[in-house]
Design a protein around this ligand. Structure first.
Ligand code: 97T
Length: 277
């Protein structure tokens, strides 16, 4: 998978040399390049922003550097390649990238979207600062490639860089070979098909007693049925406590009698209509 990141702060991406991601890059599983947007400015001050038309606070990123950056990184528009040649600005022959633009007004970034992106051969991330990028940039890019404006949640960052770090980590660990342990991917709370979107419960390791706190007996019992039941109880309780909106969306058909008792005890009764058991 190829990842290009365009930013006015390339230094933000130093962490991508570390840990899991650093290893995936060194192994060649992920080809990642960070580009300084100011390379595509031509004035003495390397200007990337200007005041907003219509007035208002802050600054807007100018369209010209973004247009030149995307042109430089992507294949030229035109008839489909006859195959084999790698004409165009350093692309993968014949492949059109998908452009991801973090913005608080975008569609939510979810595990399902991370899974989709992990299957793409080529992603370009455009990091906006200030009040955002001139809207014509995304509009024009859509003529040539798929473009997603994506938000990490209902909060405001100073720019898209940290949002891109988050997305790149979420995506990269799903690329086959990066994590090395497929189970830890499929067990994720939000993995599609994971236990009907319950949060994960608490985890423990040795020692069995630490600062007078014992690991729950059931986990040392060797009774795998009881352990599975206990874990499910904990997951249900934690979901009610931390994510009531997820608990509200549980499919009653996926809940047995014990589940319903646990939910009722947690103050989250599920109505008994159209129930499997
Ligand atoms: O607040 C932002 C500013 C720029 C780019 C992205 C964001 C953001 O993304 N998710 C939440 C906020």
């Amino acid at each position: 998978m190829k990842l290009d990141i365009i930013t006015i702060f390339p230094d933000y991406f130093a962490p991508l040399d570390v840990s899991l991601l650093g290893k995936a890059r060194r192994n060649g599983l992920i080809e990642m390049n960070v580009h300084d947007l100011r390379l595509w400015t031509h004035d003495r001050h390397r200007t990337v922003d200007d005041t907003p038309y219509g007035g208002g606070p802050g600054m807007v990123m100018k369209p010209e550097p973004w247009g030149e950056a995307l042109d430089a990184l992507t294949p030229p528009a035109g008839p489909p390649s006859t195959g084999g040649d790698q004409a165009g600005g350093g692309g993968l022959g014949g492949v059109v990238p998908r452009l991801v633009v973090p913005t608080p007004s975008g569609r939510p970034f979810t595990q399902a979207l991370a899974v989709e992106y992990a299957a793409e051969p080529w992603l370009i991330f455009a990091c906006g600062r200030y009040e955002g990028i001139d809207s014509r940039v995304v509009e024009e890019a859509r003529v040539r490639m798929r473009v997603d404006e994506v938000s990490l949640g209902d909060f405001v960052l100073a720019g898209g860089e940290v949002a891109v770090l988050v997305m790149v980590e979420a995506i990269s660990r799903l690329v086959p070979g990066v994590l090395g342990n497929f189970d830890s991917v499929t067990d994720d709370s939000f993995a599609p098909g994971a236990m009907e979107s319950l949060l994960e419960g608490p985890v423990y390791t040795k020692p069995p007693v630490w600062r007078d706190r014992a690991v729950p007996d059931v986990l040392l019992s060797g009774n795998h049925g009881a352990i599975a039941r206990w874990r499910r109880d904990q997951a249900l309780r934690r979901t009610v406590a931390n994510r009531p909106e997820l608990a509200a969306r549980l499919d009653p058909g996926d809940l047995d009698k014990h589940d319903r008792q646990v939910l009722a005890d947690a103050g989250f009764p599920v109505d008994g209509e159209h129930m499997a058991h």
